[in-house]
Design a protein around this ligand. Sequence first.
Ligand code: Q9C
Ligand code: ZN
Length: 353
Amino acid sequence: MKTFHNPHHAGHVGQQEMFRGRMVACHEVPARLDFVLAELQRRPLGPLAPPAVDAAALDAAIARVHGARYLAFLATAWDDWVAMDPANSQRDALPSVWPLANRHGFRHDVLPHNFAARLGLFSFDSGSPLTAGTWAAARGGAACALAAAQTVAGGERSAFALTRPPGHHAGPDFLGGYCFLNNAAIAAQALRDAGHARVAVLDVDYHHGNGTQTIFYERADVLTVSLHGDPATEYPFFLGHADERGAGAGTGFNLNLPLPRGTGVQAWRAALDTALRAVGDFGADALVVPLGLDTFEGDPISGFTLKTSDYAAVGAALAGAGLPTVFTFEGGYAVDEVGTNAVNLLEGFQRAA
Ligand code: Q9C
Ligand code: ZN
């Protein structure tokens, strides 16, 4: 399979994230991608290249998924942050005030002039630092997703968008969970726009893909399925429960399979089989897999216990869907093992495909 890697990823480098009242070192670091790339050079699965997509086509593909007001905010966020105070050029931008939801009476329709307020309007946590290179890195990642979707729409069995920051927590008009642009959603929509009638998204990251669910929640043409740590105890907490089945025309086209912290490979694989049955029943003609490797037993912020030796069979099970498949790189914070685990899964897919 072709891999599109993001040459701008290392420009996105946060210093610290807020965690339970103190600032801690970021988990979502450039080395994550470098380790996957190094492993792909050791065990090649196919060509490795940066994406070559037309800039106007890229902007159009991003705008199919994200709102104009949010994109305008992101494009100038770093400059606006530094304009607040020149000393900000040495600091990450992190939000510290939020309008919550409309039911709390706060307004979302009026765009604040104050950048710190705008950052709060467009975010849902204080763990996702926005840095000087964040916009270029996020846009480069969307280009990887679009190139991967174009490759698969062009007839190849699979493609891999190897990028960071990750994407699956980013919604139509919000960032969070280390995510800014939803690469998996951009790929799914690009597949739809290229003529695939029914696209399934099967999210295997430890954390619920709340952004992707929200983007497609009222649509019947994109099935979203996620297996993840139960939001009753796990991030992102406020979405990802089993009773969220879609709304309006999309009713029945979202499936959440929450699993308790501590879940091991056997129960996780049973949930994956359930997810794959849903994809089959839907009659998908293309698949997007937001590929998080934070299900690994050694992950520092997650709670499942999959082992390095489990991932090849996961890839083979995904290949069993028999669908043209785009993978997007999401979470996975055990930096030394993330490359091996990712390539084990992708190699397992490729061997079985
Ligand atoms: N100190 C993805 O895996 N909170 N995002 C963790 C740990 C955020 C994970 C707190 C976790 C976000 C793409
Ligand atoms: Zn995750």
